[in-house]
Ligand binder design. Structure first.
Ligand code: AMP
Length: 236
């Protein structure tokens, strides 16, 4: 196989609800293709922490759990993807969150980001991880953590050796506040209303690839790599 860690690939966007496995898959993509994973949430949090003008403008909106305005987020993304480590490709995590951001990204990538000498398709590869709703609930509600050492378990997928007790120090495992079922339902509802328009935007353009996120993680990874490796073939 050609060296995947040195070739140019199109920007990759992973869409999917909390619990779909985006974090795991993004790390594997980043490693195989040797490209950075860019999380808009992380960049915003760093700005808030550092007290930059962007951070000061975004802080309250973020605390309310609302979206930071496009006028702030889009230039921030533009800045980041101009960095030299993004030249061969990058994975976007948490962006685009709205159809307007998706439209902005397409226009930016087509008109400003790549020059023609790159000779590769400029538009992002958009992969949606689709997971059965009940399976998502099972993954999210099964999460337990150890209050002493912080180790994370899942009672369905990675159970402790003794029911509800930490393998390392024997502490009784707890459910974190944001993993309670009411909160999870709210997070999933919010995700759905926020990101459905993004999926619809790419679907309408015939560019949405869907992978069954119920499959074992290695199979999901295999399908994602296949999509990325074969993407250019469809677009010349
Ligand atoms: P996340 O870590 O992706 O959950 O993002 C944390 C917070 O950052 C979100 O609740 C938003 O307030 C903000 N944020 C992250 N990405 C975006 C985006 N693409 N557009 C607007 N706001 C964002």
């Amino acid at each position: 196989m050609a060296d995947e860690s040195s070739r140019m690939i199109e920007p990759v966007i992973l869409l999917g609800p909390p619990g779909a496995g985006k974090g795991t898959q993004a790390k594997r993509i980043a490693q195989r293709y040797n490209i950075p994973q860019i999380s808009t949430g992380d960049i915003l949090r760093q700005n808030v922490k550092a007290g930059t003008p962007l951070g000061r403008a975004a802080k309250e909106v973020m605390e309310r759990g609302q979206l930071v305005p496009d006028e702030l987020v889009c230039p921030m993304v533009a800045d980041r993807i101009r960095d030299v480590d993004c030249q061969r490709g990058f994975i976007l995590d948490g962006f685009p969150r709205t159809a307007a951001q998706a439209g902005w990204l397409d226009a930016y990538l087509e008109n400003e980001f790549f020059d023609n000498s790159h000779g590769c398709n400029r538009l992002p590869i958009v992969i949606r991880l689709e997971v059965d709703y009940n399976e998502l609930l099972r993954r999210l509600t099964g999460r337990r953590s150890c209050p002493t050492c912080g180790r994370i378990y899942n009672v369905h997928l990675q159970p402790p050796k003794v029911d509800e007790c930490c393998d390392i120090d024997g502490s009784k495992l707890v459910i974190r506040d944001d993993d309670r079922e009411e909160v999870i339902l709210e997070r999933l509802r919010e995700f759905d209303s926020q990101t459905r328009p993004v999926a619809e935007y790419y679907q309408a353009k015939g560019r949405l690839k869907t992978v069954n996120g119920d499959l074992p993680p290695d199979e999901v990874t295999g399908q994602i790599f296949w999509i990325i490796d074969n993407h250019g073939d469809n677009h010349g």
